[in-house]
Design a protein around this ligand. Structure first.
Ligand code: MAN
Length: 561
């Protein structure tokens, strides 16, 4: 068809279908959305929207021939559909010369009365298919190619859509309520953590003071008592002698135990032999004139007749003798070794009997200080501190180490709480409220578990143990291409959670998981994918990332639920 023929045909159709009018202020031409009406006001000429240097006759608008480089002269036909794919993101700034080969219009405008207006891609205008998903009034097929008639279905489609929208809105409202609760819980937790940090800081301070005091106490008690133990068990000739005697007695006791054992064994054998010989004497036949046998029997009778009283067991009780020394038996060496001389500290106790206790304590301390001074200056020998620590020093040390361990517990708890406060828990710290709770999904060979802000786990159903797929690292975002209702693919930014440093993959990296979040009424894992070896994606819904319509407008987002 030539340009003239097509123009003629379309002009006649235009008269029937209220296309462009010829006189006065032009009505909005077919396919023009209200936001673009201003470009089509002049009823004699038309200026291409993105190319203001090009002006054409108004009659060339919607004449099924593409005059403008931005396609703005054909808002109601598919004549300019070759310019580019339909996408509202391609709408250029009207009047911008540089964008002259991008379409100026988002598509063919369907009024869709009874439903909501929408743009249909120019390629689909008069293509012989009713595009009810975008153009429920059927106006995209206004030329009825091949005799097609797309009846207006906006009433029913609109009704159905509103029903769905209503339930979506309900769900979104419920999700938003949950999110508000989460945000409230998170802020409470944050406040509690802040309060706890303040308390812990005070507790740590106090605990440090206590530790310092106890360190001083240990030093003091040690200094006081090292004077007392100068005369400890390893000092002096008597104690050395006592030590030697103790070793010697121990040696003799061990030999005695051995000898006693051997003796008991020999006694057993002797009894056995005597039994054999006695049986032999009773059972031998004296009628056999065997001189050897008769001699043996006589010797046995002599042996029996002999007095064996000198073989009687020793008078002392060997059991008693072989018992180890200690406070209840034998010699109490400890007592001997720790015995103080009649000098030094012991003297003061004798004097002390005549003095009031406060003075005794004072004198004791002074004497200990004096001893300590002598030791520090090398006048007295340093006591053996390893084994000679007094009970008081040991107790002071125990108190110190208990205080030190309590300080270290407090310090690590403080560090943990501070780390939590410094972490990013997403917008409004909402994920703080989810921390610690887990959700899971049965998928193929495994059950997958997501523990919020903690870890992701792959749990074998065949009893092969659990595999950590990552530990929470940070909140981030990810851009995912998504198809809209009309089939358009649009990039969409989503909140994501990064879990890293999971179990090492055989011949591969440490496992990691990206949690891609979508607004939903409930926390639910929709899908788990292993994008490459040991690199996983989890698609999860949660109210935590829901945004109200106002939020969405502010962030340029679109409906999710
Ligand atoms: C296990 C699972 C899989 C992973 C392989 C890698 O079988 O963790 O997801 O791909 O180990 O060896």
């Amino acid at each position: 068809m030539t340009r003239n023929h097509r123009a003629l045909l379309l002009l006649s159709l235009a008269a029937l279908y209220t296309g462009a009018t010829a006189a006065g202020a032009a009505a909005r031409p077919r396919g023009v959305g209200p936001e673009f009406a201003k470009f089509y006001k002049d009823s004699s000429t038309f200026t291409c929207i993105s190319n203001p240097s090009i002006t054409i006759a108004y009659s060339a608008v919607n004449d099924d021939y593409c005059d403008c480089p931005d396609g703005s002269d054909e808002p109601g036909t598919s004549a300019c559909s070759f310019i580019s794919n339909f996408s509202p993101s391609f709408i250029s700034d009207p009047g911008d010369e540089k964008s002259n080969r991008t379409p100026a219009l988002p598509g063919f405008y369907c009024k869709n009365k009874g439903h909501k207006p929408s743009y249909v891609p120019f390629q689909r205008v008069n293509d012989g298919v009713c595009d009810y998903d975008l153009c429920c009034d059927g106006s995209d097929e206004w030329a009825h190619p091949g005799g097609i008639k797309c009846e207006n279905k906006c009433k029913e489609i609109g009704k159905e859509w509103r029903k769905k929208e209503e339930s979506k809105q309900k769900s979104l409202n419920a999700a938003m309520k949950k999110r508000r609760d989460l945000v409230q819980a998170a802020s409470k937790l944050k406040k509690e953590t802040e309060d706890r940090v303040k308390d812990l800081e005070v507790e740590v301070k106090a605990s440090k003071i206590k530790v310092r005091e106890l360190e001083k106490e240990v030093e003091k008690v040690f200094a006081r008592d090292r004077g007392k133990i100068v005369k400890g068990k390893k000092q002096g000739k008597v104690n050395v002698l006592a030590g030697l005697a103790r070793d010697r007695v121990e040696e003799l006791r061990t030999s005695l135990v051995d000898v006693r054992f051997q003796k008991e064994q020999l006694e057993t054998r002797l009894t056995e032999l005597e039994g054999l010989l006695s049986k032999f004497k009773d059972e031998y036949n004296p009628n056999f004139n065997d001189e050897g046998v008769k001699r043996a029997v006589r010797s046995w009778e002599d042996y029996v007749a002999k007095d064996h009283s000198d073989m009687a067991p020793p008078h002392q009780d060997l059991d008693e003798l072989t018992k180890p020394d200690g406070p209840d038996s034998g010699i109490n060496w400890e007592q001997w070794e720790n015995e103080q001389d009649e000098s030094g500290m012991s003297l003061i106790y004798k004097v002390a009997a005549y003095l009031p206790p406060s003075l005794v304590n004072y004198m004791e301390d002074k004497l200990a200080e004096f001893r300590s001074l002598l030791i520090s200056n090398g006048i007295l020998a340093e006591p053996d501190t390893d084994s000679n620590e007094t009970q008081a020093v040991r107790e002071a040390r125990d108190r110190l180490s208990a205080a030190e361990s309590s300080l270290s517990t407090l310090e690590s708890s403080l560090a943990e709480h501070k780390e939590d406060l410094g972490k990013d828990f997403g917008k409004d710290s909402v994920f703080l409220a989810l921390k610690g709770s887990c959700i899971s999904k049965d998928s193929g060979e495994y059950n997958y578990e997501l523990c919020w802000m903690d870890r992701t786990t792959q749990k074998s159903k065949k009893g092969r143990g659990d595999t950590v797929m990552g530990n929470f690292d940070k909140v981030s975002s990810v851009t995912i291409d998504e198809a809209t209702a009309s089939g358009r693919i649009v990039p969409k930014e989503k909140v994501a959670l990064e879990y890293i440093n999971g179990q090492k993959c055989w011949n591969g990296p440490s496992r990691s998981t990206k949690i891609i979040l979508e607004c939903g009424e409930n926390d639910e894992i929709l899908k788990v994918a292993e994008d490459e070896k040991c690199v996983y994606s989890m698609y999860v819904t949660t109210p935590a990332v829901c945004e109200s319509s106002n939020d969405k407008k502010a962030s340029g987002g679109r409906d999710e639920l």
